[in-house]
Design a protein around this ligand. Structure first.
Ligand SMILES: Nc1ncnc2c1ncn2[C@@H]1O[C@H](COP(=O)(O)OP(=O)(O)OP(=O)(O)O)[C@@H](O)[C@H]1O
Length: 260
């Protein structure tokens, strides 16, 4: 099967002669969830920025449905943005405090050219609010009226409103308390499977937390200093890690599932 998204031999540096990513390759199959894991500075966010088309690799290529994706091509970027949406770490800064929830949810629908029809926008908004487990009558309220977990649900509702095929999430639960964290992970897992009449989507999850990967991802890619040191099926990698760095990361996480 052609992967929905693929990074092939990606290199990137913010400065000349200082690579932050070196020869990074991995694929995201339709409907499967992939965790990008590594310690602080490993290059996870940079890789996500490349997958979002916000940074251009110095070598290598991103493929979308098997086709090379060039973020400098505005037409390609527009089509790509409809199929990939993102959720950031901090729900306090990612939502504009001056906008109502309705304005926040409608923004991607308008800017991506999905619809400008008020009735259709209301339908999309209600559908995505239902999918994240929030009441549909909150559209006139402001982000400040909601808790961190609720705000992250609103950010997820905004991301899924255009019906993306891939959700790229950068540490989406690390700013939340433990019980809220579990609920948001469950929500992402549900959205991946498809919920409330929506089709499932792939989730690419950037995290330094292997516990979150174990709960959500079918596959895991381990990054160390900008290189992939190990990748594969999450249960196999976590059950029998081959790489010393992966073993050290695993040793720092309590209670991981054991492969039978
Ligand atoms: N805008 C930038 N300019 C220069 N260097 C940068 C920039 N952003 C990141 N870097 C460097 O690139 C490397 C990778 O950073 P990146 O943020 O991708 O890592 P990360 O794995 O996401 O880390 P964290 O878990 O702390 O967010 C680091 O050495 C970082 O200092």
């Amino acid at each position: 099967m052609t992967p929905v998204l693929e990074a092939r031999n990606i290199h990137f540096g913010y400065r000349r002669n200082q690579e932050v990513l070196t020869d990074v390759s991995f694929a995201v199959e339709e409907g499967s969830n992939v965790g990008l894991v590594g310690e602080s500075g490993a290059g996870k966010t940079t890789l996500l920025r490349i997958l979002l088309g916000l940074a251009i690799p110095s070598a290598g290529q991103v493929f979308s449905d098997g086709m090379p994706f060039d973020a400098r091509d505005r037409k390609q970027l527009r089509a790509y943005r409809r199929m990939t949406q993102t959720v950031f770490q901090d729900p306090y800064s990612s939502l504009d405090p001056r906008q109502t929830i309705g304005q926040i949810l409608a923004e991607p629908l308008r800017s991506l050219g999905i619809t400008t029809n008020a009735t259709e926008i209301r339908q999309h908004m209600a559908e995505s609010l239902r999918a994240v487990g929030l009441p549909t009558d909150i559209t006139k309220r402001y982000p400040a009226e909601f808790s961190g977990g609720q705000r992250q649900r609103i950010a997820i509702a905004r991301a899924i409103a255009p019906n993306p095929r891939v959700l790229l999430a950068d540490e989406p639960v690390s700013a939340l308390d433990v019980s809220t964290r579990i609920k948001v992970i469950d929500l992402l897992a549900e959205l991946g499977r498809g919920v409330d009449g929506r089709t499932g989507m792939s989730v690419v999850l950037v995290t330094h937390d292997l516990g979150v990967v174990a709960a959500l991802c079918d596959r895991v890619v381990i990054l160390e200093n900008g290189r992939v040191v190990e990748q594969g099926d999450t249960r196999s990698v976590m059950g029998l890690p081959q790489n010393g760095y992966t073993k050290r990361l695993l040793a720092s996480v309590p209670r991981l599932p054991v492969v039978p």
